[in-house]
Write a new protein. Structure first.
Length: 155
């Protein structure tokens, strides 16, 4: 996967921030804020007649679609393989959730570290792991052969 400065057309976000890692973090922050807003919105719409977890699931369903589109188009700049990329994206995100739960449980229950600072550190570690997961799993592309292979094969 080429760096932002190696991409022929880096797109609007990468032209501004220059680094794929920073673009990834910016999209992540935006999507986190969106997820919070959607959760609050669904809680208000659904009221107390349904469990709050339903609001979280609905917000997640919307925000994961938006995160996928933003990461795919603004950060990793890939085309083709839409369904495969999406399934891998969901897999990497799910792995991040499991990693978050396991590491936070380890930090708090086994190592007896304070929960709030542990949560912040663990979320940072998961964000870093997610970047590499998305780069090398979700949006991975084989290098284009330089022996005159068609660019159409890549898309």
């Amino acid at each position: 996967m080429p760096r932002a400065d190696e991409v022929e057309d880096p797109g609007p976000l990468l032209r501004i921030v220059k680094r794929q890692e920073i673009a990834f973090a910016a999209v992540g922050v935006l999507n986190t804020a969106l997820g919070m807003g959607l959760t609050v919105m669904w809680l208000a719409i659904l009221g107390t007649s349904v469990p709050p977890a339903v609001a979280v699931v609905l917000a997640y369903a919307i925000s994961i679609l938006i995160a996928f589109v933003l990461h795919r188009t603004l950060v990793f700049r890939v085309r083709g393989h839409l369904l495969r990329d999406f399934l891998r994206f969901v897999g990497v995100n799910s792995g991040g959730l499991l990693m978050n739960m396991a590491l936070l449980s380890l930090a708090v229950s086994v190592l007896h570290l304070p929960s709030k600072p542990s949560a912040v550190v663990v979320m940072g570690l998961v964000a870093i792991a997610s970047y590499f997961g998305h780069r090398y799993i979700s949006f991975r592309r084989e290098p284009v052969p330089s022996s005159g292979g068609s660019d159409a094969e890549q898309f």
